[in-house]
Ligand binder design. Structure first.
Ligand code: FAD
Length: 322
């Protein structure tokens, strides 16, 4: 069985979620009966650096044509479909990023493949890959039964296996595809220069909800996140209030994240919010209501006012670092 990993780059830099999907697929292939892993990456990447990040074995196809420097729905769909058909891949793996969510259904349609989104893939007793997903804001878990011969899996952040692979026998193959679609809606790329990591890529996320009270209230979360080396996230209420941008929103209609540490400040813990943090490692909740549902989902709970607890926490972290 051939698996094709679709890798994503932004401005020539491989997305860490994509490298983690490659790594996860390598681990799965080792415990499955007959899996062979291949990958495809398009655009201006440094192939040696990609090879360093995508360890294990298999072929990695690189399409260097500048027409693929930035994502275009139709162009990327055609290119990935062509490579998948050429390589004979039965399964495609792609990270659940904004691009992944746009591209995967298009490719699945072209390949007449089943599509499983937001899934975790493991190997069953027969050595075959099996995808599990959740429904209804993470309250129901389901094993996907693919009705087609091919399948496209969009891997959720919690599905990613980051255990290092020492072996590095990946071969890079420069390839071209038959042509890019003329209708590319891409106009201009807006690049935000920030030293902060995106919430989906950060190991530590400090998130605030309605309990923060105002956009200026988020300054104390920024300060705590800074000292921890993390990033600030938000609940939908905080986003709806206009205190944070939508890109910070965690949850069902926001982003799905899997940091090692998640600190929820003044967030009640609605199911739609919890759906976005199912893959988080340790969850700490700070809330003045001892009956807030978030405490049921957390590993550690602090009942108290954010305005007192957050600065105390920051002082304690600073003291530990001295
Ligand atoms: C279809 C749909 C999709 C949705 N998608 C999302 C989503 O993606 N993400 C999301 O987050 N929500 C989502 N929601 C909304 C969700 O249902 C909740 O309304 C929302 O998560 C509540 O946000 P909150 O916890 O910040 O606010 P609240 O529920 O109002 O909770 C505020 C909390 O702050 C505490 N608090 C207040 N002041 C303080 C203080 N000074 N110190 C300590 N604690 C304090 C309160 O005790 C309370 O628990 C969705 C809803 C629907 C219907």
């Amino acid at each position: 069985m051939k698996i094709l990993v679709v890798l994503e780059q932004r401005q020539g830099v491989l997305k860490s979620a994509s490298a983690a999907v490659w790594q996860t697929t390598q681990h799965l292939a080792r415990s499955s009966a007959d899996a062979v892993v291949e990958g495809v990456v398009m655009g201006p990447v440094d192939v040696q650096s990609v090879k360093e990040q995508c360890r294990g074995n298999g072929i990695l196809y690189h399409i260097a044509d500048t027409a693929y420097d930035t994502y275009s729905p139709q162009g990327y769909t055609e290119a990935v479909t062509e490579i998948a058909n050429r390589s004979g891949a039965e399964i495609l793996m792609i990270a659940e990023t904004a691009m992944g969510r746009d591209l995967a259904p298009r490719v699945a349609l072209r390949l007449e493949a089943s599509l499983v989104s937001d899934c975790i893939v493991d190997v069953d007793d027969t050595g075959s890959l099996r995808a599990r997903t959740t429904m209804y804001s993470g309250t129901v878990s389901a094993i996907a039964e693919e009705k087609r011969k091919k399948a496209v899996y969009m891997l959720a952040p919690e599905a990613l296996d980051r255990a290092a692979i020492a072996e590095n026998d990946v071969t890079i193959q420069e390839v071209s595809v038959s042509g890019i679609s003329k209708s590319n809606p891409f106009l201009r790329e807006l690049v935000f220069n920030t030293r902060k990591k995106d919430i989906t890529e950060s190991d530590i996320v400090v998130a605030g909800g309605r309990g923060i009270g105002s956009s200026t209230g988020f300054a104390m979360l920024e300060s705590l996140a800074d000292v921890l080396g993390g990033t600030v996230g938000a609940s939908r209420s905080a986003v709806d209030e206009g205190w944070r941008p939508h890109s910070d929103q965690v949850g069902q209609t926001g982003r799905t994240i899997a940091p090692r540490l998640y600190i929820a400040c003044g967030i009640s813990g609605a199911p739609q919010h919890l759906a976005g943090i199912a893959g988080a490692g340790t969850i700490v909740a700070i809330n003045r209501d001892p009956d807030a549902p978030i405490f049921k989902a957390s590993d550690y709970g602090i009942v108290g006012d954010i305005e007192e607890v957050v600065p105390d926490l920051e002082r304690a972290v600073r003291a530990l670092k001295e």
